[in-house]
Design a protein around this ligand. Structure first.
Ligand code: F6R
Length: 240
């Protein structure tokens, strides 16, 4: 794993944008895996800026999101499709037909997982953007998820519900289940960028980089990826 240590969140977002842009420029039809959460928001602002101010086009980009809560309607401002539209997709010229995200309100969630998984199997992600959970999760692959997992329904841990409650009015409103891309599918991406900032990520970053490669820290598998880059600020690197 390549580690790029940066001063702060602004530098992290700029570094991520520069890597993202080189992947986008290298293909006429780039396929990008996106994450939600606070870590990539600065990167998404730079992509929007690139479209609005520099006239860059993203019309030939195909997107796959990592995950979605089960049971939140598209119109809910806590759903991940809403997050992506609000922070990125509505501000650039990506073709809505090329946007892929698990459907958390599908009538049959198991069937939806299979649909998403076979879509991923017939695609090839050029760049996957990841954040890391304070417990080492990637996507919603919580500790002890098999490294062999593909897209599946997951019961969120208390720690993740607690961490994500900051986006909700009340912790009771945080969904208990989600659909997530599996670890195998994340590892199939040609290139992976992991973004980590803040002191609350220091332990997870330490476990990912220095701990054993173990399902108890899902992100540790990224050390076995041939082209994974961790971009982390000083706080997130403070235990390394
Ligand atoms: C989001 C996702 C999660 C987050 C992780 C970090 O789609 O899959 O794994 O990347 O929980 O979240 P933030 O960036 O909010 O600290």
């Amino acid at each position: 794993m390549n580690i790029v240590k940066v001063k702060d969140y602004k530098a992290l977002s700029e570094e991520a944008f520069s890597l993202f842009k080189s992947v986008i420029s290298a293909s006429s039809a780039p396929v990008i895996g996106f994450a939600t959460g606070s870590s990539p928001v600065g990167l998404y602002e730079l992509i929007c800026y690139d479209y609005i101010k520099n006239g860059a086009s993203y019309k030939d980009m195909t997107t796959f999101n990592l995950d979605e809560y089960v049971g939140l309607d598209v119109s809910s401002d806590q759903s991940y499709i809403y997050f992506m539209k609000h922070n990125l997709f509505d501000h650039i010229d990506v073709n809505p037909k090329n946007i892929n995200i698990p459907n958390g309100i599908a009538p049959d969630i198991e069937k939806e997982c299979k649909r998403y998984s076979s879509l991923l199997a017939s695609s090839s992600i050029d760049l996957q953007i990841l954040g890391i959970g304070a417990n080492g999760h990637i996507g919603f692959n919580e500790p002890n998820t098999p490294f062999t997992s593909t897209t599946h329904k997951v019961k969120l841990t208390d720690k993740t519900i607690q961490d994500n409650s900051r986006f909700f009015d009340d912790i009771e409103q945080v969904p208990k289940y989600a659909i997530t891309m599996g670890i195998t599918e994340i590892m199939n991406a040609k290139k992976i960028i992991i973004l980590a900032n803040g002191k609350n990520k220091a332990k997870a970053v330490f476990d990912m980089v220095k701990g054993p490669v173990s399902e108890s820290c899902p992100a540790s598998i990224l050390r076995r990826h041939p082209d994974a880059v961790l971009i982390a600020d000083e706080d997130a690197c403070s235990l390394l």
